[in-house]
Design a protein around this ligand. Structure first.
Ligand SMILES: [Fe+2]
Ligand SMILES: [Fe+2]
Length: 141
């Protein structure tokens, strides 16, 4: 599995693209972990770091997008917001699993898959659709 930023993920709104790039960078650090050969303590620390990052930074990122949508009266605000909420729901269940069982390979793989699948899909479909609406309106202000 790979997670690399590339232009097909660009929305054209710089603030949003820069935040997406940061998210990708952190997740790719988790993905590049060689879980078969890493010490358990390091595994634990790495997963903890990524989960904390996702909980903080991703939440702020969602807020940024939601503020833009509100400011420019984006018509599909509710649908977009719901996807953000769905991500946060699955994120919380990963955190609960981690708190209960520690950094098992299952949780690491689930975090990788969930983060990658969800993000790529959400950015390519939902965020790009939003940015297409926002861009011409933002350049007027
Ligand atoms: Fe979004
Ligand atoms: Fe986004």
């Amino acid at each position: 599995m790979e997670i690399q930023w590339n232009n097909s993920l660009a929305t054209g709104v710089d603030t949003i693209d820069n935040q997406h790039k940061e998210i990708f960078a952190r997740i790719s650090a988790l993905i590049s972990l060689d879980i078969e050969n890493i010490e358990p303590a390091k595994k634990e620390a790495e997963l903890h770091k990524v989960l904390r990052f996702l909980g903080g930074y991703v939440l702020d990122h969602f807020k940024t997008e939601e503020e833009f949508m509100t400011k420019y009266h984006y018509p599909d605000y509710d649908g977009h917001k719901k996807e953000h909420m769905d991500f946060l729901k699955s994120y919380s269940s990963l955190v609960r699993m981690f708190e209960k069982d520690g950094a098992t390979d299952l949780i690491i793989t689930a975090t990788q898959n969930q983060a990658v699948d969800w993000l790529v899909k959400h950015i390519k479909v939902t965020d790009q659709k939003m940015a297409y609406f926002l861009k011409p309106r933002m350049s007027k202000t």
